[in-house]
Design a protein around this ligand. Structure first.
Ligand SMILES: *[C@@H]1O[C@H](CO)[C@@H](O)[C@H](O)[C@H]1NC(C)=O
Ligand SMILES: *[C@@H]1O[C@H](CO)[C@@H](O)[C@H](O)[C@H]1NC(C)=O
Ligand SMILES: *[C@@H]1O[C@H](CO)[C@@H](O)[C@H](O)[C@H]1NC(C)=O
Length: 446
């Protein structure tokens, strides 16, 4: 059982329940068959009460096209894999030696047809096209139509935004990723008819739009390859602009909690930021970073939620409140050292973990039911590290730690552990020959 606080109209109300029914950004999410969800760079289509999640299947870790997957869910938590929406066709732009990224599906009411657009490219990203496929059913399989450059210009990272039942737009990075464009689609959703807005020199990728109280909010990252950067928002009263200058959706130091926007879904008076935590050396192990988007400050901000839940019908979300245990309160062993700095939570952290150094935190209260723990750490290398966690001297569980972009910049990574009911000892950094990130604290949920 996880205790949660439901956020509704600015109020905080205590609420119990949900156990496994939570969204844990950065965890390996599994479908109803127990397999890791392969839907990277994805998009959501809602038809009736069902959510359809399309994405890139990168199970083989290759960047080349394997399949566009389709998953269905009634609640955004419990996902069932369906037939693949799009599969490779030899001798076309969607063969297994090409690139198909960021698939987005919409229903076109003119023809009562589902139309999927995607970034269609050659393996060296030289083609820079959009592709379109169509189907009579939401998951398809979709029939590939063609790939081309809109108005003869490049299209790379892209998304679709449906404004009303008949009006949709292609959002796309063009002209060597320098200019960002928005183009209206024709009534069939087969082609673009006119560029309605262009952000010159904006260098944006990974776009999405949420319309809220008649205002259009564009979300996008900048361009830094697979590495994350501070994603931005822009607003306008109309799709033809003018668009506001860029603002951050999260504190810039954390690089959007090490993620890149993939899709933005309206929810009640707010929305959900759906991002990817790309892992370029192991693409299929890239994880999903979904967070509530909150407008209570007057502008959209990501709610930093390690463990949360969503109530689709009510249009609300609930953020679990964990219990924190500071690393500097633990017992250091081996080469581990104490760091003091007011930038750390509690004023301290433990470094030189791994390679003989470890820290044990005692009296961690467990409930005996399987619990989410998050590890708050800093890793100022330019590449990922990993750490280990063990409960009551049991087997060590490895946990990946992306680079945080600064030695005093912390991120959290989740791990599900079996704590006994009552006090537990949690050891971090033992049984590993590499160096782990510096440990600020752990948070225990449940
Ligand atoms: C998830 O969906 C499956 C298939 O629809 C269903 O059998 C199962 O009860 C659902 N689980 C939860 C926790 O809602
Ligand atoms: C899209 O429209 C342009 C301009 O009318 C046309 O040249 C192009 O062939 C169309 N592409 C597709 C795939 O229909
Ligand atoms: C130590 O780590 C190795 C993997 O590096 C693992 O196979 C082994 O089970 C671990 N030992 C313990 C006691 O957890």
């Amino acid at each position: 059982m996880i205790s949660l606080v439901i956020v509704f109209l600015g109020c905080l109300l205590p609420l119990l329940a949900y156990s496994d029914n939570v969204i844990v950004p950065g965890a390996t999410w599994t479908d109803t068959s127990g397999n890791a969800i392969q839907a990277h760079g994805g998009g959501i289509l809602k038809v009736g009460d069902t959510f359809y999640w399309f994405g890139e299947d990168k199970a083989t870790n290759s960047g080349l096209f394997q399949a566009v997957s389709c998953y269905t869910s009634p609640d955004l938590l419990n996902w069932t894999r369906q037939v693949n929406a799009l599969v490779p066709i030899d001798g076309t732009m969607i063969s297994t030696s090409n690139i198909v990224e960021r698939p987005k599906g919409k229903l076109d009411v003119t023809n009562s047809e589902y139309v999927m657009w995607f970034h269609s490219d050659s393996s060296d990203y030289g083609a820079a096209m959009v592709g379109v496929a169509t189907s009579q059913t939401p998951c398809g399989p979709y029939t590939y139509q063609s790939s081309w450059r809109p108005f003869g210009a490049e299209s790379r990272d892209m998304s679709l935004f449906q404004d009303d039942a008949r009006t949709s737009y292609l959002l796309y990075a063009s002209d060597v990723n320098q200019n960002f464009k928005m183009a209206q689609l024709d009534t069939n959703y087969y082609n673009v008819t006119a560029v309605v807005s262009e952000l010159f020199g904006a260098t944006l990728e990974a776009p999405g739009i949420i319309k809220r109280n008649s205002v259009y909010y564009l979300f996008a990252s900048h361009t830094s390859g697979w590495a994350p950067n501070p994603n931005k928002w822009f607003s306008a009263q109309s799709m033809v602009g003018p668009w506001s200058s860029q603002s951050d959706i999260a504190p810039p130091a954390v690089n959007t909690y090490f993620s890149q926007n993939a899709y933005d879904l309206p929810l009640g008076s707010g929305g959900i930021y759906m991002g990817d935590r790309w892992r370029p050396d192991l693409l299929g192990s890239s994880t999903y970073m979904w967070f509530p988007l909150d407008w209570s400050s007057g502008s959209p901000k990501i709610v930093e939620a390690d463990v949360w839940n969503v109530d689709i019908d009510a249009g609300t979300y609930s953020v679990a409140q964990g219990v924190g245990y500071e690393a500097e309160q633990g017992l250091l062993s081996g080469a581990a050292v104490l760091f003091s700095n007011p930038a750390w939570s509690g004023g301290g952290a433990v470094g030189w973990l791994g390679n003989g150094g470890s820290v044990t935190i005692n009296n961690v209260q467990g409930n005996g039911l399987g619990q989410w723990i998050t590890i708050s750490y800093a890793n100022c290398d330019s590449s990922w590290r990993s750490t280990t966690v063990s409960v009551n001297s049991g087997p060590t569980v490895p946990v990946d730690q992306p680079n945080t972009g600064g030695c005093l910049v912390t991120l959290t990574v989740p791990v599900k552990l079996d704590l006994v009911a009552g006090p537990n000892s949690i050891t971090v950094g033992s049984n590993q020959t590499t160096y782990a990130g510096d440990l600020d604290k752990i948070m225990v949920y449940g």
